[in-house]
Design a protein around this ligand. Sequence first.
Ligand code: DAH
Length: 356
Amino acid sequence: MDDLRDKYIQAIADASDEDAIEALRVQAVGKKGEISLKMRELGKMTPEERQVVGPALNALKDEINSALAAKKVALADAALEERLRTEWLDVTLPGRSRREGSIHPVSQVWEECTAIFADMGFAVAEGPQVETDWYNFDALNIPGHHPARAEMDTFYMARAEGDNRPPHVLRTHTSPVQIRSMEMAGAPLRIICPGRVYRADYDQTHTPMFHQVEGLAIDKDISMANLKWVLEEFFSAYFGTEVKTRFRASHFPFTEPSAEVDIQCSFEGGTVKVGEGDDWLEVLGSGMVHPKVLAAGNIDPAAWQGFAFGMGIDRIAMLKYGIPDLRPFFDSDLRWLRHYGFASLDVPTIRGGLSR
Ligand code: DAH
């Protein structure tokens, strides 16, 4: 029995991992272990022998079990010590900085427009980008044979075979939102509609998708004078300097009278500066809403009147932030986005305190 004890106590001391401990447990005190087999022999002994050998075997079993348990704990402690020694972290090291994303100039200018017009009491309205030709054209007094339809380079949606209804279009301007808003809210009304629009066109200043913001104000006594004030107020706030406007008589099917609006600028040394100089830059179309358009929006043209305008968001973004080419707006080139993008916490740069 002493030999057994010496053998196992030594083996346990020499064991180097948990598997070795488990193997020793099975070998010594498992069901068919050496000690267990010895215990079975007790039955063949005389009662006197059994009284001596029985307790001794039990004591030996206990001793081996405790040695196994103690060794297990010692091995776990050693493993933890080893991890603590090798897996350490210097919390005083500087952090790795991560590149932050940036706000796209279109998003920034969209926000700026919304903020400035909100100050003048305009709410934001939205409409679908896939439109019926009725909203995009007919309701705006652009009938099927009208040249404006052909001029707009419209994208038409495909219809299923055998479906002869007129095709939907990708809206060519934000003007259809005028009709939808009139239908929904009636008069009086004061809204802007920023959004994406589509035309088949591509060069330095045209992309197949671009952005417009539409304006619409309807009330009992709205006039061109209100239009001019609102636009001058807008441009002065947007460019952060007093900006004069020039109205040129024009034609749009949805307004009568119609005007194209230029803003004052100078072209010196190849750069455009808004709000100074003697030159003019065309920035939008506008006019008094045509009676047929009011009627299409279920508003009585005998009782109500109003102005509307439509302006390119990308275009005024290029002007304000000195961006020469429109195409990279939509290339998602990270270098361009980092250069022209805005930090996420940048407050829109607009002139505070409208002059009212
Ligand atoms: N929808 C016109 C365009 O895309 C712009 C426009 C002109 C909108 C005159 C208007 C307006 O609301 O009154 O070219």
